[in-house]
Design a protein around this ligand. Structure first.
Ligand SMILES: NC(=O)C1=CN([C@@H]2O[C@H](COP(=O)(O)OP(=O)(O)OC[C@H]3O[C@@H](n4cnc5c(N)ncnc54)[C@H](OP(=O)(O)O)[C@@H]3O)[C@@H](O)[C@H]2O)C=CC1
Ligand SMILES: O=C(O)[C@@H]1CCC=N1
Length: 284
């Protein structure tokens, strides 16, 4: 992807909720030249929390309906338990004038397409696509999946793919995979930051200065990920290539196995997936 820029969208893009993930999506697509902030509409309950959007030139409002009226594609980017409140505000603040049909892209963890289609059904012609992004898109290395709802058209799918593909890897998947991939890739960055931090802590314990330990832990994770992606070799083979017989690495690997690191990471994905399912069933 590099520094490539893309043909700008003719569509205006809205965000209901202007928090961490909405900011990451918007920054990512602005950086790639897909849109400029003056074609972005964003809403939230506290205008002062939208000041960074305003400073960049986006249109900000406390009325979710206004974002819907002004935008062609609207990202739903509130926390899952806030959705009913946000949608009630949307219906309350829509003006009486007829609006053309809209495409909604939900990034909410857990919330199924069927629930989204029901809740948005009062808005005639509304179409839904459910997506699961992750924050590394801020640096052009995102990982997003999406599933179209029943009423989404081919051109909706094309548009969402066009938007999300500039932010990193983007694939269409069956909805049944969204929760597991949300756990692996959506939550995954937090798991990896924790691993990087722990590696650095180990380095600091052994006398490496903190800044250097963080830099080297991050670069080691980055380089190892690139080896997996670029060589196509099995991860077990790559591991074996680092482990000299009777050497340092296998001694460290033994310590990790003793600590149950594989089981812990597998369990993290299982638990996060189950939590998504709970969020979808409104067990907040
Ligand atoms: N963060 C991540 O890495 C990822 C998050 N997601 C999903 O993205 C969604 C947002 O998460 P995230 O950005 O982290 O959360 P944030 O808390 O950072 O953002 C949520 C935003 O919603 C706003 N908000 C609250 N109430 C309303 C309302 N009634 N109407 C409109 N906006 C409202 C909040 O405004 P205020 O602060 O002023 O109350 C806040 O800016 C979640 O559903 C999450 O599951 C998906 C993938 C990854
Ligand atoms: O923690 C969460 O619920 C959200 C979804 C994926 C990443 N953050």
């Amino acid at each position: 992807m590099g520094d490539m820029t893309y043909i700008p969208l003719s569509e205006k893009v809205g965000f209901i909720g202007g928090g961490n993930m909405a900011t990451a999506i918007c920054e990512a697509i602005v950086k790639k030249g897909l849109i400029s902030y003056n074609k972005v509409y964003v809403s939230g309950p506290h205008l002062h929390n939208l000041s960074s959007w305003k400073a960049k030139g986006a249109h900000v409002t406390i009325e979710n309906g206004k974002v819907v009226e002004e935008s062609d594609v609207i990202f739903l980017a509130v926390k899952p338990h806030i959705l009913p409140i946000a949608i009630a505000n949307m219906y309350d603040t829509l003006s009486d004038k007829p609006i053309k049909s809209k495409l909604f892209v939900s990034i909410l963890a857990g919330t199924p397409i069927e629930q989204l289609e029901n809740i948005l059904g009062q808005l005639e012609g509304s179409r839904v696509i459910r997506a699961m992004p992750n924050t590394p898109m801020l640096v052009g290395e995102g990982c997003t999946v999406f599933s179209p709802g029943q009423r989404a058209t081919d051109s909706d799918i094309e548009l969402v793919h066009r938007i999300l593909t500039v932010t990193g890897v983007c694939k269409e998947v069956p909805e049944s995979l969204i929760n597991p991939i949300g756990a692996l890739a959506g939550s995954g960055p937090a798991f990896v930051y924790l691993v990087i931090e722990a590696l650095a802590d180990g380095g600091v314990k052994m006398g490496i200065p903190r800044a250097m330990a963080i830099e080297f832990a991050a670069q080691t994770v980055f380089g190892s990920a690139k080896m997996v992606k670029d060589t196509g070799k099995h991860t077990g083979q790559l591991k074996d290539e680092v482990c000299s017989p009777g050497g340092t690495t296998i001694t460290g690997v033994h310590a990790l196995e003793r600590g149950g690191v594989r089981a812990a990471l597998m369990e993290a994905i299982e638990c996060a997936t189950k939590r998504s399912e709970e969020l979808g069933q409104k067990k907040h």
